[in-house]
Design a binder for this molecule. Structure first.
Ligand code: ADQ
Length: 483
């Protein structure tokens, strides 16, 4: 057993681990009459798959894939990863009405835009709220059915905000942790949600509530203080509700940095050259963006920054290419169609204005790429651009550092949670497109020694803050809350 898993075992003190999130790590779907599977895109699924594959246990999630119901056993379970089974995925099946309302209230139109200060107006509906409550209840019941005498439960993200309270009614003695993966906005913003009080009460069903930054912890505690009649202990970051103490902690998530670094080291010079040839950057700088195609990620701003860069520094025309890999997400929602259109028109405008011969400044790929395909690109990229308008943490920034050759530069939005830890990155304000352009110029002009020095420090930070360390810290706090 490797040391990181040994540590988690010690921390869990014999408790069986039950994890829950809305999205599942593996989705089964029909394609041409055949059943296929794919991995989920998104920070929560990526982070926990590495952890669960190493540790084992049971992961409870909604089965929303078209073929999900056809591959599970009579307990709704399936062993995953499909090509190397290591842990159990328990699928909770919901009706299409429940799915629609649940997703509307959580990721699609309400809690996601509300929590990210990106000026996409959240929309609320009573019916969506009812479905959201029902699905949270179903998840709580599925978790309860899996509990044995010594179980610890770890709930994840804003989709499951009522689940802890429902679950505790069924299993009052099971230590229950909750991690909120996106920003927690100010009280003034959160109270716009018509059910903000119920959501807070739901969350306080947990014994431990985690956020990525201390800023989100403070926003949360202030929201609780203003909304509920419970006492906030600002010194220890605890909430007292009756005779219960609920811990609220800043625990920044990491990546499987060692795994990424090892995969990257194994890439040969040939593979790096293949990436350079593929993107036509054999003698140019490769700038890279990897994001879900989401309006929070600042993609139109990133594309437009190249126009400003080339206007200010015409000598850079033909000298660099931005490769943006944007995974499709929530593609049926109008706001997502709109942000894709805005991004594509910004790409077209820049390419039309500056392309020369066989070179164009932006290669835009609206697709998902496997980690195997991403690693050599991360390794090769001279600059990685993360321009989120707001982001709970942002794992791409950490993946790039872990997999990069050691001479690259990271341009990072000040409004990504990871900006607190990654202080050696070039930090920019993506709301001012000129600032992104200035960041790119700074990265390109930076002497190699300076880049290496910064990258060495950044690598140290991501190696010391891995997904395994994060999970260990969270579970340690959780089990301690029971004692
Ligand atoms: P996300 O908003 O999904 O996560 P992020 O943390 O960057 O954002 O994670 C995205 C993940 O998807 C990364 O692992 C990345 O490699 C992968 N990905 C992105 N684009 C891809 C592509 N084109 N092809 C393949 N994979 C791609 C949420 C919060 C974040 C928080 C995480 C974890 O919004 O702020 O960091 O959860 O807590």
């Amino acid at each position: 057993m490797n040391s990181k898993i040994k540590k988690i075992n010690q921390v869990l003190q014999g408790h069986k681990l039950l994890l829950a999130s809305s999205s599942e790590p593996y989705v089964h779907f029909y394609h041409g009459g055949e059943i296929n599977w794919r991995t989920a895109v998104g920070g929560v699924a990526t982070a926990f798959d590495a952890f669960m594959s190493a540790y084992g246990g049971t992961w409870v999630a909604l089965g929303l894939g078209t073929a999900d119901a056809n591959v599970i056993d009579n307990q709704n379970n399936i062993s995953v990863p499909p090509n190397a089974p290591a842990y159990t995925l328990k699928r909770v099946m919901v009706t299409s009405k429940e799915e629609e309302g649940f997703l509307a209230l959580s990721s699609n139109t309400a809690l996601w835009p509300l929590s990210h200060v990106v000026y996409v107006r959240p929309q609320f509906s009573e019916d969506a709220w009812l479905q959201y409550r029902k699905v949270n209840q179903k998840l709580a019941e599925a978790l309860s059915a899996e509990c044995t005498q010594n179980t610890a439960v770890w709930l994840n993200d804003y989709h499951l905000s009522l689940c802890a309270q429902y679950f505790k009614k069924l299993q009052p003695n099971v230590p229950t942790g909750f991690f909120w993966h996106i920003p927690w906005p100010s009280y003034e913003i959160f109270k716009i949600c018509p059910w903000h009080k119920e959501i807070l009460e739901g969350l306080l069903g947990a014994d431990l509530i985690g956020f990525h930054t201390q800023g989100y912890v403070k926003n949360f505690l202030y929201t609780v203080e203003k909304t509920l009649s419970c006492k906030v202990d600002w010194q220890n970051f605890n909430i007292q509700q009756g005779n219960r103490i609920i811990k609220v902690r800043a625990l920044p998530i990491g990546t499987d940095s060692q795994g990424l670094s090892e995969l990257s080291t194994a890439k040969s010079l040939d593979e790096i050259n293949t990436v350079r040839k593929q993107f036509n950057v054999l003698n140019r700088k490769l700038l890279l963006g990897v994001d879900r195609m989401d309006y929070t990620k600042g993609l139109p701003e990133k594309m437009k920054s190249l126009d400003i860069l080339f206007t200010r520094y015409p000598e850079l025309v033909g000298k660099l290419t931005l490769v943006q890999i944007a995974a499709p997400t929530r593609t049926k929602l109008p706001e997502y169609v709109q942000v894709l259109e805005n991004t594509l028109s910004a790409v077209d405008a820049v390419n039309w204005k500056y392309a020369q011969g066989d070179w164009k400044p932006i290669v835009f790929l609206n697709k998902f790429m496997s980690l195997k395909e991403l690693i050599p690109v991360y390794k090769t990229a001279d600059v990685c651009l993360v321009t989120s308008l707001h982001d709970g943490m942002n794992l791409v920034s950490k993946e790039y550092i872990a997999a990069n050759s050691g001479e690259g530069a990271l341009i990072l939005s000040k409004f990504a949670g990871s900006a607190e830890q990654l202080t050696q990155a070039i930090q920019v304000n993506p709301f001012l497109v000129e600032d992104i352009a200035i960041g790119i110029k700074q990265a390109l002009d930076m002497p190699v020694l300076e880049r290496q020095k910064r990258m060495t420090k950044l690598k140290k930070t991501v190696m010391q803050n891995t997904v395994f360390g994060w999970a260990t810290d969270f579970l340690q706090e959780l089990i301690a809350s029971k004692l």
